[in-house]
Design a protein around this ligand. Structure first.
Ligand SMILES: [Zn+2]
Length: 414
């Protein structure tokens, strides 16, 4: 049982929001600015109002509920996450953090707590990138990492522009600049998220306090040979792109294992051309996703990966490597990490310090304001699927930590 948070109320909020899906019975599908998204936003607005918050929608569709501070001039503590989803995803990825914030507001109201510093609960758009690509769009726009002028060029898979979708959603494209936050306007950002991995469940622990988010590189690789007839080209006269690709791919996982230090490497996409049963492959395109907690490990694995790919040249093939993403590891606030850890301990929870292998809005916010990230267990480590599950009691225990930290950081007398 959680000490403060109301697991039943959390359950009703999670389930209530989950009614707004484009794929009932087949998981949560809530694309940014869709009809379900508007209905979800209205649902969250109603819960925020019940929790005593003053609610506003910013110029890009983020929903923000504010609990005024005794000193309204102080920068707020912002608590939240996103409420868009991947297609056929789960009901916890994103909403768990939004509802953790709203439940925190309910706890303030029920206890008659008056914070010195304002508290804002935020429900953000388009974290997954499922509609407009790229992902983390709200946090990147809020913090100026994504320039609003670039929005004019962003379209979804149906060719609908971000600006047109924003308009249909009821917002004014001419005002998007107003969403950008001023430097210093956020005192701290806190996000609760489901772990999306098996570690907490495996160890029987309640929460993880994240100290950093892994660095990540994404490469696009092309290995090119020469197409030819499968029957008439002798084995000694071939430049088979797949033969080269297979020799490279067979080495890559070992490179990551040998380096250790929590480095991971994944080839998730592979395409063979021209792709005929009786044609020697001319090109093989694939992606390589490299992640590690320490930048020197990322660089080391990246260098070894490049060498391995270039090894295909010994078979008379050409190789091309495109670096499509390079993100350094993101350190979160040590001070907030210590506070969250201390509150978890004081609440009698089993917690661990952990590195996040996934980026979240917290990763972007960390460059803008002191940021904390807390994970709650995911059953079976499953996410981005209808089976995604976190027990409501476990979620409530995570909310207890958020509540305790927000109470302290907002200067609320106990
Ligand atoms: Zn998420």
């Amino acid at each position: 049982m959680a000490r403060y948070a109301n697991a039943k109320r959390i359950q009703l909020m999670i389930e209530g929001l989950d009614r707004f899906t484009a794929t009932p019975g087949q998981g949560t599908t809530r694309a940014t600015f869709s009809q379900e998204f508007r209905q979800g936003s209205d649902f969250l607005r109603a819960r925020m109002l019940e929790a005593g918050l003053a609610v506003r929608e910013d110029a890009i569709g983020n929903l923000i509920g504010r609990l005024e501070g005794r000193d309204p001039s102080l920068a707020p503590i912002v608590v939240g996450s996103h409420f868009d989803s991947v297609p056929h995803g789960g009901k916890f990825d994103g909403p768990a953090g939004v509802i953790a914030g709203i439940e925190t507001a309910f706890l303030f109201r029920e206890r008659g707590l008056a914070p010195e510093r304002p508290i804002e609960i935020i429900a953000m758009i388009e974290e997954e990138g499922a509609r407009f690509g790229g992902g983390l769009m709200a946090s990147r726009l809020l913090t100026g990492q994504l320039d609003v002028t670039s929005l004019a060029d962003i379209r979804d898979g149906d060719g609908i522009s971000f600006m047109d979708a924003l308009c249909t959603y009821g917002l004014e494209p001419a005002r998007v600049q107003e969403a950008v936050l001023q430097a210093g306007s956020v005192h701290a950002f806190l996000e609760l998220h489901i772990e999306q991995g098996p570690v907490l469940e495996t160890h029987g622990e309640d929460v993880a306090i994240i100290d950093r988010i892994v660095g990540q590189v994404e490469l696009g690789v092309t290995i090119r040979g020469r197409a030819g007839h499968a029957g008439t080209t002798p084995m000694g006269a071939r430049r088979d792109a797949l033969e080269g690709a297979v020799s490279v791919l067979s080495k890559l996982p070992t490179l990551a294992r040998d380096i250790g230090r929590d480095a991971v490497l994944t080839v998730g996409k592979l395409e063979l051309k021209p792709g005929g049963a009786n044609v020697i492959p001319e090109t093989v395109d694939f992606t390589i996703d490299i992640r590690a907690p320490e930048e020197e490990v990322v660089r080391d694995l990246l260098a070894k990966t490049r060498t391995a790919v270039e090894g295909a040249r010994s078979l008379g093939l050409s190789t091309e490597i495109r670096e499509q993403l390079y993100a350094r590891p993101t350190l979160l606030s040590r001070e907030i990490h210590a506070k969250l850890s201390a509150h978890a301990a004081a609440l009698g929870l089993k917690s661990r310090s952990m590195v996040s292998g996934a980026g979240h809005d917290a990763m972007i916010m960390a460059d803008f304001a002191p940021t904390g990230l807390i994970f709650v267990p995911s059953r079976g480590g499953i996410s981005h699927a209808p089976e995604e599950w976190t027990d409501y009691d476990q979620l409530a225990r995570g909310v207890d930590v958020v509540f305790a930290a927000v109470r302290e950081m907002s200067g609320t007398a106990v």
